[in-house]
Design a protein around this ligand. Structure first.
Ligand code: ADP
Ligand code: MG
Length: 348
């Protein structure tokens, strides 16, 4: 392998596809009993006995979904896995395997892909996921990552988007808007850097929200918590596009309406202070920001006492008849229609 004198840079052309795959995947270990055959044959072989199987896939494209000028490749690998696991957990399932497909141009040296795979490996081992295959090909310019995640769930435990009933409580895990505000910080620092590359960004006041953007965690812990509390949601979805869009998905699928209370939407203090700094309304950010990867679900009223004291969960509203519509009840106690976007001017 030829290495650059100044920096470690191994040209992918000097490696060949098979050596590259072998190199990138050599550390992956199989730990789930449902994985019979992982990487190395024409197809992986899985066996789930009498469980139902959940399959989900996501495609991330450089310049569309991520910007490598401020996203470290290690974080990108980690996040690409989280985005998929989050979808598996949103079905109330246990994630067990992923496949990883990449298209990469020779703009990227081997060392860059090693970083990407280090992030993937960290995510896989933390969440007990087997990497069981993928595909590797070239692209003319950018980087493209497609991950497919597979999970298992007992037939009676599966939770869809369409089971919400009038009077159910609407619950969300964690807090919202952090990933979006983290992105605003990273975009701002990128502009500052363009003007003066010697200017070192001070991200210290924004560590939480930057981490929410760069290194989100899929809420495997919430699935376990609900199981431990003996609560089965009536409907569930993960918050990838923004709270209001996800609420509307549940309401549309379940053919119900809802009242969401603005003052119940969980916000981290750093989100609030950064919103003030940017002069943006924090409710708008929480409703439309996206990429929080929290879980949004509905539960029957009778389960209220099981979750009410939990610091990881916020009850933000309740489900109504479809005829009542989908509403946000503002702090001023006025009801406005909940929209996926478009009420941004409301705060101005
Ligand atoms: P095929 O020619 O049958 O598509 P490949 O040579 O592409 O096989 O892949 C060989 C093995 O390596 C397969 O098990 C495949 O799933 C796995 N694999 C290929 N690319 C990747 C990758 N980027 N990450 C993880 N596994 C991969
Ligand atoms: Mg292949």
């Amino acid at each position: 392998m030829i290495k650059d004198k100044n920096q470690s840079r191994t040209d992918l052309n000097n490696l060949g596809e098979f050596a590259l795959i072998a190199h990138l995947t050599k550390h992956f270990k199989i730990t789930n009993t449902s994985t019979i055959k992982g990487i190395g044959d024409d197809a992986a072989v899985l066996s789930f006995k009498n469980k139902q199987i959940v399959v989900t896939t996501d495609l991330l494209v450089e310049g569309v979904h991520f910007d490598l000028s401020y996203v470290p490749l290690k974080h990108l690998g980690y996040k690409a896995v989280m985005v998929n696991l989050s979808d598996v957990y949103a079905m109330n399932a246990k994630a067990s395997q992923i496949t990883i497909s990449i298209a990469v141009s020779n703009r990227f040296p081997l060392e860059a892909l090693e970083e990407l795979y280090a992030g993937i490996e960290t995510a896989a081992s933390l969440y007990n996921i087997d990497v069981i295959g993928g595909d590797t090909t070239s692209s003319t310019t950018g980087l493209l990552i497609s991950i497919t995640a597979i999970g298992e769930v007992a037939k009676n435990d599966i939770v869809y988007r369409d089971g919400a009933k009038p009077n159910d409580l609407l619950v969300v895990s964690g807090d919202l808007g952090g990933a979006y505000m983290g992105l605003q910080i990273l975009e701002r620092e990128k502009e500052v850097y363009k003007v003066n590359p010697n200017n070192q960004p001070d991200l210290e006041p924004y560590t939480y929200i930057v981490e929410r953007q760069l290194k989100p965690e899929a809420r495997k812990d919430i699935i376990k918590l609900l199981k431990d509390l003996n609560v089965k949601p009536t409907a569930m979805i993960d918050v990838s596009d923004g709270l209001s869009s996800e609420i509307l998905h549940i309401c549309t699928s379940s053919k119900v309406g809802c009242d969401v209370y603005e003052n119940k939407i969980p916000l981290d203090p750093q989100v609030i202070s950064t919103c003030e700094e940017f002069n943006i309304d924090s409710t708008t950010v929480a409703l439309n920001g996206g990429e929080d990867y929290e879980l949004l679900f509905t539960i029957a009223q009778e389960d209220f006492s099981k979750i009410k004291a939990n610091p990881n969960l916020s009850i933000i509203g309740h489900i109504t008849d479809a005829s009542s519509g989908t509403h946000l009840v503002t702090r001023a106690n006025t009801k406005i229609e909940l929209k996926a976007q478009g009420w941004k001017n409301f705060s101005a």
